[in-house]
Design a protein around this ligand. Sequence first.
Ligand code: SF4
Length: 324
Amino acid sequence: MTPARRQVDGQPGFNVAVGGKMGSGGMMVAQPLDVFVEPQDAGRLAAKIALLFRDEGFRDQRTKARLAFLTQAWGVERFRATLEERWGRPLEEAQQDVRLPGRADHLGIHAQKQPGLISVGLCVVTGRISSQSLQELARLAETYGSGQVRLTTSQNAILINVPEARRSELLAEPLLKELSPDPHPFFRGLVTCTGTDYCNLALIETKSIGKRLAQVMAKRYPNATPVTMHWSGCPAGCGNHQAADIGFQGAKARVNGELADAVSIFVGGSTSTDPRPGEKIMELVPVAILEQVMPVILKNLDILKNIRRDVKSEKRVLMVPASS
Ligand code: SF4
């Protein structure tokens, strides 16, 4: 559901898209359903979509049990018509898309709509935080804000409803040395999945490797422009590696006969108003040499981000008969 506004009366709400996915088989961008829903109905509509999938989704094959495959098989029109039937009244058509281009990570200090209040976005590196720091974060939310902490899709935290007058006091709190409101660009966009620590599907550890690489690169490029780096420990793609400027997918390789941690590297993925999956540019890169590989990628990122597989010529090659 993405923010939208009804043209006739300016009512805010959401346009609805279905069937997006990450992970095994690659990223698929959600397809617009041509539906607008007001905020108070959004939860119920989401539940209807989930129930439609429960009843109609492909259950015989685990690999096909995703809404994306049902949407693909049915097409958006049939999906919309079936949903409308279950909704019990006509669904309103999509309204004006009010998303802004680009990416907002919500880190740092932002004025809220409510006069005199600010939000403070804090970077939780790789989304991992100790119980002690979490307690302290809760204390800061109660002391300075309204006791609430919002979480972002990039694994960070936001303190909200902080009076502007208490800004300096909050910024001087020791916890903000660990959870910085203004981290280096390589940490702002760093996302990692669970990895081997707590996931038995993982092929590699992700959190410490991702953090270490970001640290080394941040030291080498102190004034870098923002780059998102996402890590998934296996093809399931929980770290959304195909939705980042640079994505890493864990693998195992043999290096001189020894089993070693490795990654496939993807570039040019994005979400927002211009969604597209990252393209795989390298495979079986040993983690041990990533520090040497990364400067080449970063130096050429603008070119690499625009590389796209030429499917037509691939098909042509595949169609050449063996005898020729
Ligand atoms: S991407 Fe793979 S390793 Fe990472 S959390 Fe998901 S299933 Fe586990």
